[in-house]
Design a protein around this ligand. Sequence first.
Ligand SMILES: NC(=O)c1ccc[n+]([C@@H]2O[C@H](COP(=O)([O-])OP(=O)(O)OC[C@H]3O[C@@H](n4cnc5c(N)ncnc54)[C@H](OP(=O)(O)O)[C@@H]3O)[C@@H](O)[C@H]2O)c1
Length: 271
Amino acid sequence: MAMIGVIGTGSMGGMLIRKFVETGAFTAGDVMASNRSADKAKAIAAATGIGIAGSNLDLVAASDVIFICVKPLEVKALLKELKGVLTADKLVVSIAADVTIGDISALCDARVTRVIPSITSECSKGVSLVAFGDNSTEADRSLVLSALGSISRPVETEEENLELLADLTSCAPAFISSMMHEFALSATRRENISPGLAELLVMETLAGTVELLKNVNSFEEVVTRVATKGGITEEGVKVIRKVAPSMYDELLEVTMAKHDLVKDRIRDQAS
Ligand SMILES: NC(=O)c1ccc[n+]([C@@H]2O[C@H](COP(=O)([O-])OP(=O)(O)OC[C@H]3O[C@@H](n4cnc5c(N)ncnc54)[C@H](OP(=O)(O)O)[C@@H]3O)[C@@H](O)[C@H]2O)c1
């Protein structure tokens, strides 16, 4: 059985550990974690039964697969700390946005896979994007896809598409929530409806729409079923189709520009 190490038990690292153990993707006894501030690692260990490593170096020494769950601008410093120990027999799975397989491979000899998880894995839903490095083995693919499959739907993609697709999976819970919030708020601006009620109605309808979508598997099908020709809903759909394309084009424009900025900052960090 492969021994799993997780470096960084923040929001995402913590969620992955909890879900991997809860779903049985990995046995708690096969997982250990390390974190810059020890208390956070202790808390997740107490909650899940995983082990705690005394240091990042100890963790790597005891692990076959190392999940790197620190912030993008913290990855290079971590890899420098681990210089010489991330050897070719180890697999690094980095969840850091914008840190490329090339960036990581330049600082270690381990095989490298990138994963972009989503907070939706908290409820075992949503997509984990995966890009395997050229030297990945069949065993790497099987381990990573099976673990992610227990907490999400893993979707393999070329690394060059990761950032754009991550907007549709990893950033999307925030985009969808903020869109739905604006929709609810719009009703409160027209009539004396409480924001709480408007939010509840939209939330319940969103949940119902997700269930409907599972049956029909197409956004267009749901639109057609509700927006009958010449009806009221059709008028609203026309507005969305007029206004939304430019909003989403602008959204992707600014998020892609931000990715470029972060990538530049990572490249500028001393190697
Ligand atoms: N949040 C999301 O929805 C999401 C989605 C997809 C991918 N990601 C990626 O996930 C990564 C982590 O994001 P996050 O939101 O989980 O951030 P976070 O909550 O700040 O967690 C990062 C953790 O890494 C620890 N850390 C930093 N440097 C370390 C080191 N050298 N050794 C050990 N531990 C170290 C930090 O420790 P301290 O307790 O000392 O701060 C912190 O607990 C990012 O690279 C991000 O791009 C996030």
